[in-house]
Design a protein around this ligand. Sequence first.
Ligand SMILES: *[C@@H]1O[C@H](CO)[C@@H](O)[C@H](O)[C@H]1NC(C)=O
Ligand SMILES: *[C@@H]1O[C@H](CO)[C@@H](O)[C@H](O)[C@H]1NC(C)=O
Ligand SMILES: *[C@@H]1O[C@H](CO)[C@@H](O)[C@H](O)[C@H]1NC(C)=O
Ligand SMILES: *[C@@H]1O[C@H](CO)[C@@H](O)[C@H](O)[C@H]1NC(C)=O
Ligand SMILES: *[C@@H]1O[C@H](CO)[C@@H](O)[C@H](O)[C@H]1NC(C)=O
Ligand SMILES: *[C@@H]1O[C@H](CO)[C@@H](O)[C@H](O)[C@H]1NC(C)=O
Length: 368
Amino acid sequence: MAKSLYLLALAFIASSEVVYGIEEWTIGNFTKQDAVNPVMGPRDNTTFFCPVRQEIVNWEKKDVFNPTALVRDGKIHMLYRAEDEVGAFKGTSRIGLAVSTDGFTFEREEEPIFYPDNDDANIYEWEGGCEDPRIVELNGTYYLTYTGYDGELARLMVATSFDLRNWTKHGLVFGKANNGSYENMWSKSGAVVTTLQDEKFVATQINGKFWMYFGESNIYAATSEDLINWTPVVDPNEESEDEYKLLPIFGPREGRFDSDIVEPGPQAIIREEGIVLIYNSRNKNPNSGGDPELPLGTYSAGQVLLNVTSPTQLIGRTENYFITPDRDYEIIGQVNNVVFVEGLVNYKNKWHLYYGTADSKIALAVIE
Ligand SMILES: *[C@@H]1O[C@H](CO)[C@@H](O)[C@H](O)[C@H]1NC(C)=O
Ligand SMILES: *[C@@H]1O[C@H](CO)[C@@H](O)[C@H](O)[C@H]1NC(C)=O
Ligand SMILES: *[C@@H]1O[C@H](CO)[C@@H](O)[C@H](O)[C@H]1NC(C)=O
Ligand SMILES: *[C@@H]1O[C@H](CO)[C@@H](O)[C@H](O)[C@H]1NC(C)=O
Ligand SMILES: *[C@@H]1O[C@H](CO)[C@@H](O)[C@H](O)[C@H]1NC(C)=O
Ligand SMILES: *[C@@H]1O[C@H](CO)[C@@H](O)[C@H](O)[C@H]1NC(C)=O
């Protein structure tokens, strides 16, 4: 406790004096909303009849975190990951829906809107569940990328809906690519390339294809013609030692906040200067290869700029993070020292960034 208080004090000093990671092209200078944070925490009074377990569960009792967000009918809709506390992992993940008209206070639905069921996706989703949603839209359809977790392998999956409540699961995003050879590849965090159009993040083709960044450790790219079936971009270098020969778009950096892993944040956005991707990252041991000022395992977020005519080309990267854990609920939780950014909306001309804190709660940062 003493150590975390010390770190907390340090962080407050740092955040009042230094503006981290702000460059010309960044979506920058987010301020944590201390007056309302955390905006959401677990609840023990909502129940759901789990069709797989055939039992009633308190589906959001343990933790709520890692939300995506979008604007629909003039309201912010947040789709958040919620864990129960039963079963083999003492926590199966489902996705709940919360709606807000001010961005700060949310009305939650009593039951999850997306969850493991007795369906074709069950072998990939049970009993870890459906994790870490990200959403984009096109032509009135919502495309949800999420992680299916069977307890051993995380696999990127996709589902569609017209109304955010009735969902069609389409299975693995890479299920059909290269004759099914990616079926058992660890994959996560699909951030589709979009354009902001009247508060909507609309999936946008580049050179005749949709694009997505994904991965955990390195960040990779994939393309698609229908936003459902995706093909990873492979490395033209035949000497590649990657098991699946994927082309790394960018990876961790020694000695910095992103020294251990990098992983996409919210949807990627085409802006004037290029494609901006906000990414999450984890620090190595501060004494051996990590940022010496951040504890081992700290999740902070940075931003990169990619070439809009050549989306595998990195053209900019923030020197430092723009958000890092320094509030008590970001430092202590299911996993300590985590801010995990995933929900980005532009609502009434203001950027709102929703993020998971210590894998336990949800908080908000905005650009004032
Ligand atoms: C960031 O925002 C803070 C307060 O919200 C302000 O004091 C600071 O000048 C801003 N920095 C930049 C680079 O815009
Ligand atoms: C659960 O508790 C919260 C906070 O006390 C309350 O606002 C909400 O209405 C309750 N929900 C149900 C389903 O009882
Ligand atoms: C979206 O709509 C446009 C025009 O109506 C159409 O050309 C396009 O094929 C549609 N895209 C998808 C992915 O359905
Ligand atoms: C749910 O969506 C499917 C596919 O679009 C449709 O066939 C079905 O009628 C919808 N169900 C409800 C209850 O809206
Ligand atoms: C694709 O996989 C199937 C089943 O594993 C195999 O029978 C078939 O030969 C493969 N096709 C190609 C083109 O590799
Ligand atoms: C982006 O890629 C194009 C080729 O597709 C190239 O001509 C251009 O110089 C690149 N831009 C930057 C900033 O590197």
